[in-house]
Unconditional design. Structure first.
Length: 457
């Protein structure tokens, strides 16, 4: 009988997956283990392989569909084999006419989606389609963004005949709540009664505020809505949502503290420059980040308390030193992991780092590439950031933030003033796992390893 292709579970907290694209089409012959589609999670895009030899005979969910884990998304049948009856196939979540982001954007700007032409797969409306529609409206005449409001507030506004453009929101991000609409309706009624009274007897405002009313003088036209205009709405989805959830978890659960040290990077930068000047084609490109990973691995071996995590009310010290390196992407941040970095040379680390960074930006990381980290490094020196603090990546004990090597005046070992490239290293740590003295000793070794790279040999 036909063998189903099931939406797989890649991560512990995963509840569903989104089909990125089909690599095979219905009717094509496939071999067991051959990739037939790509599935996106909050972190990565993974290929899903065929569970059997045969023909891809049914696709139950098109690209863009979000399907719960464990649910069939297609079937593999033998040549000439009949498919199960349609009613026997669990229904998949087929793509809606608009993506969730497009629907949200349309709602916030009051766009009728029936007027928007979809350019996505199967005519699905994407965020870009809605933005293009808004752009055409703006070019054809002034368009005012529709205020963000809760659905209940919108219904109440219609019932009370209140324009949301004249309501100031008190919710998160200025979102209009039902109570805001009720206050606006009361003010509207009061204003209407005042206008009726004004027709019978003019109101002398000066008599109401006393002799000195200069402080209430208002000149020129005043805006009816003091809230800022919305340029665009970016719903929290995918990678950005995952980052938000983990960072909120970290700051809520972990009592974090920060310690910093300034490091003379003269010798570390010389090592990098010497390698770049002498390496031949085909050898990996050595970067300062690769050297930082090596120094972190060396220091973590000496201070295993920081190569640890907090899980189930227990402190776990890990035997492997797996260092995650934060990589910035357009849609957020991803942290591929260099596993067993303590057993690698700096050149081997450079090769792995180059490969992971390239595949991160191409969206080609495997699940194993982002799992198992025991410590995290975030280097923003290439963005001319002098110093910063990072948020601990749970359940890890600590994270290292590295700023740029900036030229500063210092005093050398002979008490002479010299100019040297100085970088600020800051460790953020979970106080449940480590104390200040432990982090201080770790930072001291990081400083020694970078100022005297020969110690790493």
């Amino acid at each position: 009988m036909p063998v189903p292709i099931i939406m797989p579970k890649f991560e512990m907290a995963q509840e569903s997956g989104t089909i990125a694209r089909w690599l095979k089409q219905a009717g094509e012959t496939v071999a067991k283990g051959e990739a037939v589609l790509e599935v996106e999670t909050d972190k990565i895009t993974m290929e899903v392989e065929s569970p059997a030899d045969g023909v891809l005979s049914a696709i139950l969910a098109e690209a863009g569909a979000t399907v719960p884990i464990g649910q069939p998304i297609a079937y593999i049948a033998a040549q000439g084999e009949a498919m199960p009856a349609p009613h026997a196939q669990p229904p998949a979540q087929v793509p809606t006419r608009a993506t969730p982001i497009a629907q949200k954007l349309a709602e916030e700007h009051g766009v009728d989606l029936s007027q928007v032409v979809g350019t996505g797969r199967g005519g699905q409306i994407t965020r870009q389609d809605v933005e293009a529609f808004l752009g055409r409206l703006e070019r054809s005449g002034p368009v005012e963004a529709k205020p963000a409001a809760a659905p209940a507030a919108r219904r109440l506004a219609r019932e009370l005949n209140v324009s949301l453009r004249h309501v100031s929101g008190s919710g998160p991000g200025g979102r209009i709540q039902s109570s805001d609409v009720e206050r606006a309706a009361a003010a509207q009624r009061e204003s209407g009664m005042q206008r009726v009274g004004a027709e019978a007897q003019p109101i002398d405002h000066r008599s109401q505020v006393g002799a000195d009313s200069s402080s209430l003088t208002v000149r020129g036209p005043q805006p009816t809505d003091p809230s800022p205009a919305v340029r665009r709405v970016l719903p929290l989805t995918g990678m950005r949502r995952a980052i938000a959830q983990r960072m909120v978890q970290s700051t809520r659960e972990a009592p974090q503290f920060n310690l910093s040290v300034d490091v003379n990077m003269t010798r570390a930068l010389a090592v990098v420059e010497d390698w770049r000047a002498t390496h031949t084609e085909g050898q990996p490109k050595l970067t300062l980040t690769a050297l930082l990973v090596k120094v972190c691995a060396w220091a973590l071996q000496r201070h295993p308390a920081l190569n640890a995590g907090f899980e189930d009310e227990s402190i776990l010290e890990w035997a492997d030193v797996n260092i995650g390196v934060a990589v910035a992407l357009d849609e957020g941040l991803i942290v591929p992991v260099i596993h067993r970095a303590d057993r690698l040379s700096v050149i081997e680390i450079a090769a792995r780092l180059n490969d992971l960074t390239a595949r991160s930006r191409a969206g080609q990381l495997a699940l194993a590439d982002v799992q198992g980290g025991t410590f995290t490094l975030s280097n923003l020196g290439m963005f001319a950031v002098d110093r910063f603090t990072a948020i601990v990546n749970p359940p890890q004990a600590a994270i290292l933030a590295v700023g740029r090597a900036n030229k500063r005046m210092i005093v050398d070992e002979q008490d002479r003033p010299v100019v040297a490239p100085i970088a600020t290293l800051t460790v953020s740590a979970d106080h449940r796992i480590v104390d200040g003295a432990q982090v201080g000793r770790f930072l001291s070794d990081l400083q020694r390893g970078l100022e005297r790279p020969g110690l790493l040999l």
